[in-house]
Design a protein around this ligand. Structure first.
Ligand SMILES: [Zn+2]
Length: 108
């Protein structure tokens, strides 16, 4: 099943669906109710500390066919989820790398 996620209402319907609720629970259990990003930084953020969201690694609107694909899903806590969506306001990292390559030694 590929959900329609064009509008806000479509997405609300998707997130309210039985299929999503079952998948969300499956991912929470798979990943031990811990935020994936906090875990990378050595912190345990679980359901006692924060709301936990199941996040689409590839955005839902870009790949609705992966909406219920476990390999495209991870847990993020409320803080990390906010950070994730704010990151799109920043310039991509590629640009920084390109600049530091221009002056590889002179700034060291
Ligand atoms: Zn987190």
């Amino acid at each position: 099943m590929i959900p329609v996620v064009e509008t806000r209402q479509d997405r609300a319907a998707f997130y309210g669906s039985h299929e999503w609720k079952a998948k969300r629970l499956e991912i929470l259990e798979r990943d031990n109710y811990e935020c994936a990003w906090c875990k990378i930084e050595g912190r345990v953020t679980s359901i006692e500390h924060s709301r936990l969201d199941v996040d689409h690694i590839i955005e839902l609107k870009d790949r609705p066919d992966l909406a219920l694909d476990s390999s495209s899903l991870r847990i993020l806590c409320a803080d990390c989820h906010n950070k994730r969506h704010k990151r799109f306001n920043y310039r991509p990292r590629k640009k920084e790398n390109a600049q530091s390559k221009k002056f590889p030694e002179s700034f060291k």
